[in-house]
Write a protein that binds this ligand. Structure first.
Ligand code: HEC
Ligand code: HEC
Ligand code: HEC
Ligand code: HEC
Ligand code: HEC
Length: 222
């Protein structure tokens, strides 16, 4: 009787257990990878070639975002400034500082600084900065409190669910155009009053600008 099954089958249950637990491990690893910040990108904060601080420049010095990111109102793309913009000031301020050496080199050679892009959508998603910025959607909605960051990190998920949660009812987020780069701005100091105003004034802005709720797939997948 014992010869009906070849001998190697004795080891089969063990192999099944090993294979099974490897599979289990792979699933756990996959799920962990999928939900860690690196994959969802929230918290992603690569080291940059120059320790440029938004907290210093946009926060303390109060430079408007568009001083450097001037493309943001005009095109789909928000540019990162070239070294010549930095040199407007740093030909005087910290002109010998070693932290700014790559900026001076880039200025002289014309070779762009190798900033690492933090926010990036997959190629199959269509996005446009100007459309948002010209409809009273503040940078803070999608990038968080950049003006308080020493190093930029990915603060919001920028997932499809995230985009849709605003697109379903954009009036809740709209603000006057002149406040789009004023990241701390609110309608009122008082939270409850601010919410009330947002409902009232946001609806008016949406009406005046004929803002639609864009939830059809082709809005973002073209
Ligand atoms: C409007 C003027 C102005 C512009 C434009 C400007 N900076 Fe600055 N930057 C300053 C001032 C002022 C300081 C603070 C100097 C100090 O700490 O004594 C500073 C500080 C810095 C520092 C020191 C880091 C720190 O935390 O204090 C770095 C690095 C720097 N800037 C990089 C840049 C780069 C890169 C650009 C271009 C993308 C740029 N700056 C554009 C004025 C400017
Ligand atoms: C003095 C120039 C300057 C000003 C002013 C400035 N930025 Fe920037 N910004 C930069 C530079 C240089 C980088 C690329 C390096 C980095 O990521 O820190 C950058 C990067 C960013 C990024 C990340 C881009 C990416 O890679 O995904 C965002 C978002 C951003 N800025 C938003 C803002 C907002 C919002 C404001 C206004 C509150 C602002 N910036 C003001 C120079 C500036
Ligand atoms: C509705 C959401 C949204 C708003 C509002 C928004 N951004 Fe962005 N931003 C994004 C997304 C999404 C990306 C990544 C785009 C890509 O993949 O090319 C991005 C990328 C950037 C980059 C990196 C560009 C690059 O190629 O390195 C900068 C700089 C930036 N944004 C600045 C700003 C500034 C300044 C404002 C406000 C004036 C702003 N953004 C408002 C969603 C937004
Ligand atoms: C805080 C609100 C808000 C968020 C978040 C947001 N959007 Fe929008 N989006 C708007 C508004 C407002 C409009 C303008 C709608 C109109 O004019 O009818 C718009 C318009 C658009 C358009 C239409 C562009 C065109 O050419 O007509 C696209 C595409 C788009 N958004 C993509 C995205 C993507 C992708 C994301 C996520 C990364 C996103 N949006 C996140 C508010 C938002
Ligand atoms: C407001 C913009 C927007 C609209 C509208 C939208 N999507 Fe997306 N979609 C995105 C973004 C952004 C991503 C990328 C998500 C990421 O990188 O995590 C995405 C990713 C996807 C993916 C890739 C799979 C995934 O989950 O990563 C599929 C499939 C998809 N969308 C299908 C659809 C369908 C079907 C519709 C219509 C019912 C739709 N989308 C409407 C913005 C949008």
């Amino acid at each position: 009787m014992s010869d009906i099954f070849p001998k190697w089958t004795n080891r089969l249950p063990l192999q099944l257990i090993v294979a099974g637990s490897l599979l289990g491990l792979a699933v756990v690893a996959g799920v962990t990878y999928y939900f860690t910040p690196k994959f969802t990108r929230v918290g992603y904060q690569p080291a940059q070639p120059v320790p440029f601080s938004h907290a210093v420049h946009a926060g303390q010095l109060g430079l408007d975002c568009r001083y450097c990111h001037h493309g943001v109102e005009k095109s789909w793309y928000s540019n990162v400034p070239s070294a010549s913009v930095c040199m407007n000031c740093h030909n005087q301020v910290l002109r010998e500082d070693p932290r700014l050496a790559p900026v001076r080199e880039s200025f002289e050679s014309g070779k762009p600084l190798a900033w690492i892009q933090v926010h990036k959508l997959p190629d199959y998603v269509y996005f446009n900065h100007a459309v948002h910025v010209n409809r009273g959607v503040s940078c803070v909605e999608c990038h968080g409190s950049i003006h308080e960051m020493d190093e930029v990190y990915h603060a919001k998920p920028l997932s499809m669910a995230f985009c849709l949660s605003c697109h379903r009812n954009p009036a809740e987020k709209l603000r006057p155009l002149e406040r789009v780069t004023d990241l701390d701005w609110t309608w009122s100091e008082d939270k409850a009053e601010s919410r009330r105003q947002q409902r009232l004034e946001g609806a008016k802005l949406a009406h005046n600008w004929k803002v639609e709720s864009l939830v059809n797939c082709s809005a973002c997948h073209r």
